[in-house]
Design a protein around this ligand. Structure first.
Ligand SMILES: [Zn+2]
Length: 135
C-alpha cells in the first residue's frame, strides 16, 4: 500500500498525516481516519460494484485530544477523545506515562485557542515492543 493512501490531511487542525486504517470484507470496505494530534476522526464504509466505490456511510467526530499509552513490552494503537475528557481520565493517563513506565503521549484540544496542546510525550514517537527505543 502506498504511503499516501495511509495518511490524509486532518479536517480539524490541518495536520498532514492523519492516520488511516482500512478493512475489507467481500464487496465492502471501511476506512477510519484519525488525527493523532487533535483526535478528529472520520469513519467511512464503502460498497464496491466492480471498480466503482460507493460511499454507504460516513461519520465525522470532532477531536478533543488524542493519546497513546503503551505498556512495557506490548503494543497499543492511537486513541482519540471525542468529548472533553474528565480530570480522572487525564490523571490516569498521566500517571501511566510518568510514574508507571508506560510510553506514549497525550494531547488535548484547546477549545478556546482552537488548537491542540501537547501535554506529554510526542505523537510521532516510535514505540517498539520489548525494546528501549527513545520516544
Ligand atoms: Zn488534527
Amino acid at each position: 500500500m502506498q504511503l499516501r493512501e495511509m495518511s490524509e490531511q486532518c479536517g480539524q487542525c490541518g495536520f498532514s498525516n492523519a492516520r488511516i486504517d482500512t478493512e475489507a470484507w467481500g464487496q465492502f470496505s471501511s476506512r477510519r481516519i484519525m488525527c493523532p494530534i487533535c483526535g478528529w476522526t472520520v469513519y467511512e464504509e464503502h460498497r464496491w460494484d466492480g471498480d466503482l466505490q460507493i460511499l454507504t456511510k460516513r461519520t465525522e467526530a470532532r477531536g478533543f485530544g488524542a493519546y497513546r499509552v503503551v505498556p512495557p513490552g506490548a503494543y497499543t494503537g492511537y486513541n482519540a477523545f471525542h468529548a472533553e475528557p474528565s480530570k480522572e481520565v487525564l490523571d490516569e493517563i498521566m500517571a501511566l506515562l510518568t510514574t508507571k513506565g508506560w510510553k506514549g503521549y497525550l494531547t488535548l484540544w484547546d477549545v478556546r485557542q482552537n488548537t491542540s496542546r501537547l501535554l506529554l510525550g510526542h505523537p510521532l514517537g516510535k514505540f517498539s515492543s520489548g525494546t528501549t527505543n527513545q520516544a
